[in-house]
Design a binder for this molecule. Structure first.
Ligand SMILES: Nc1ncnc2c1ncn2[C@@H]1O[C@H](COP(=O)(O)OP(=O)(O)OP(=O)(O)O)[C@@H](O)[C@H]1O
Length: 343
């Protein structure tokens, strides 16, 4: 079910890491909103800032990470300005996370039910018996026999462990679940099973979900909305169907062509080169050095965001030529023309 007021609204968010006094601008001017009950996919290559954005939403940035500007509003409160005690209460109870590796999320020397019972009782006044009942219910929800709840993590297969982590994320019925590459370590069949279960749970229980992945095909299958990140910025966002049918940013066009079925190209075309080093001073559009369509302006000036009639947002000086770019981008030779691509 979708309402009109956003559940979470992020505005003008800048986050940097400081290493030996040198600043890496990991997030620059991030703006996005998540409606209640919405599934939003956040895609981009490794190092583009996806994890930094999630950690900022969860309030778990490492000590050298700093929010320099912006707000994250949830239920009328700015999470960035909230004191740490209140912030801790929102974690798991209002926003929870399913991490890349279930092995990292679960304590290997503790039975799984105890871990979930402890997580529940840290936030809610509940007897051990009531919490244990809740664990059985949660196991049923994620499709694992509740009788297995007393196992240790190593007694579970990879898929079962990831289901246990999903059970933990659901334990306190949060309004937002962030899933960070939740199935990367699993084979394709188990991946499909986990995603169909997650979608079902999301529809039944109505929580909103941010799915973070480098795999745009997963977003197409699972999310109504998509945000494409590049080098710390959201360069395109909107309804998944609109963006797949009519991408307006050359980077999004490239990501789609890297998956042949989506890009309807005979063989996947990789985008040559790699994202910029964020510790360097970057001028102009951050994708310009790899973009086959970049002009002199692109190398000099960061584009202003444009919002199209369908609500699609794009950050490209030349978005109006995107149909032409899409045609040219289906040829691998086009990508070889980008001036400073390194591979
Ligand atoms: N603790 C840190 N200290 C300094 N720089 C960091 C730190 N964590 C991340 N970075 C840098 O911030 C940028 C964004 O990294 P981030 O991990 O958010 O990207 P990502 O898109 O999640 O990548 P991946 O898909 O590989 O997890 C990268 O340039 C990375 O090197």
């Amino acid at each position: 079910m979708q309402g009109t007021d956003p559940l979470v609204q992020i505005q003008n968010l800048d986050v940097s890491y400081y290493t030996k006094g040198v600043q890496a601008k990991a997030l620059h001017n991030i703006g996005m909103e998540i409606l209640p009950g919405e599934r939003l996919g956040l895609v981009g290559e490794s190092g583009c800032g996806k994890s930094t954005l999630l950690k900022t939403i969860m309030g778990v940035l490492p000590p050298n990470g700093k929010v320099n500007r912006g707000s994250i509003e949830m239920d009328g409160r700015n999470l960035i300005e909230m004191d740490e005690k209140l912030r801790r209460q929102t974690r798991w109870a209002e926003i929870s996370m399913i991490t890349q590796s279930a092995l990292n999320a679960l304590n290997p020397v503790q039975r799984i039910d105890r871990q979930i019972i402890e997580a529940i009782r840290t936030h809610q006044a509940m007897s051990k018996e009531q919490a244990a009942e809740r664990v059985s219910e949660l196991f049923g929800m994620v499709g694992v026999d509740p009788a297995r709840a007393r196992d240790y993590p190593h007694q579970f297969s990879g898929g079962m462990r990831q289901r246990a982590v999903i059970a933990m994320a659901l334990a306190l019925s949060p309004q937002l679940i962030i899933a960070d590459e939740p199935t990367t370590a699993l084979d394709v069949i188990v991946q499909d099973q986990i995603f169909s279960r997650l979608r079902q749970l999301q529809q039944d229980r109505g929580f909103a979900m941010i799915l973070v992945t480098h795999d745009i095909a997963l977003v197409v299958e699972n999310c109504q909305k998509i945000c494409v990140m590049y080098a710390g910025m959201i360069i395109e966002a909107g309804n998944t169907r609109d963006i797949i049918q009519k991408p307006r940013h050359p980077y999004t066009i490239g990501l789609i062509n890297a998956v042949s079925v989506l890009g309807s190209v005979t063989a996947p075309i990789a985008i040559p080169g790699s994202p910029p080093n964020l510790f360097e001073n970057l001028e102009g559009c951050r994708f310009a050095p790899r973009c086959p369509f970049a002009s002199a302006l692109c190398h000099q000036k960061i584009p202003e965001p444009t919002t199209l009639e369908n609500g699609q947002k794009v950050l490209c000086h030349h978005w109006s030529k995107a149909d032409e770019f899409s045609k040219l981008a289906k040829s691998p030779e086009t990508w070889m023309q980008s001036t400073t691509a390194t591979t």
